[in-house]
Design a protein around this ligand. Structure first.
Ligand code: ADP
Length: 169
């Protein structure tokens, strides 16, 4: 976890099944703007890719959008007109410095970034990144999503997230 990440979540959302995860991704897609970096933390099978795919499809307005896993390329960039979204999977990152070579800073300056396995390079992320920590207790479809905001991330995200959670109820 990032050194400056708060230990208690800003918000915790209980997700009953995959459809509910897709709805959460749609809600986040609706508020995404240039410069946003979302770090998706969670074990294998937690739902990071499911969330990313749903967010990209929702933003693109294309439910069929191909979203290949960037496991080997480390990053896949989608030019979606209004916004370029870069989808990272850092599982195979060997050195945190590689993130710089991948161009995260430049990509995040004008576009948005979704980052799976951020644990590989916390220190290389912009300080105002949002952490979504996804966990699953057992075999079922239930997931818990915690939103963690550092002070820098709060400045960027808090108002938009509060509005979203108020609408979601
Ligand atoms: P990760 O990228 O974290 O390894 P994936 O998104 O690839 O996880 O896989 C999650 C798996 O769990 C998928 O097979 C998906 O269908 C299933 N699943 C079941 N319930 C949920 C849920 N509530 N949210 C996300 N995925 C779910």
């Amino acid at each position: 976890m990032a050194q400056d990440a708060p230990s208690s979540p800003f918000k915790t959302v209980e997700i009953a099944d995959e459809d509910a995860m897709v709805r959460l991704a749609e809600d986040i897609a609706a508020i995404l703007k240039p410069g946003d970096v979302i770090a998706l933390s969670g074990d294998l099978g937690a739902g990071k890719s499911t969330f990313s795919r749903a967010l990209l499809r929702s933003f693109a307005g294309d439910p069929e959008l191909e979203v290949p896993s960037p496991t080997f390329t480390l990053v896949q960039t989608y030019d979606l007109g209004r916004l370029t979204i870069s989808h990272f999977d850092l599982y195979r990152l060997e050195e945190p410095e590689e993130l710089e070579e991948l161009g995260l800073d430049e990509l995040a300056e004008t576009g948005a970034a979704l980052i799976e396995w951020p644990e590989r390079a916390w220190d290389g992320l912009p300080r105002d990144h949002l952490v979504m920590r996804i966990s699953h207790g057992g075999e079922g479809d239930q997931r818990t999503v915690e939103f963690l905001l550092s002070p820098e991330a709060a400045l960027r995200w808090q108002t938009r997230l509060l509005r979203t959670f108020r609408i979601r109820g």
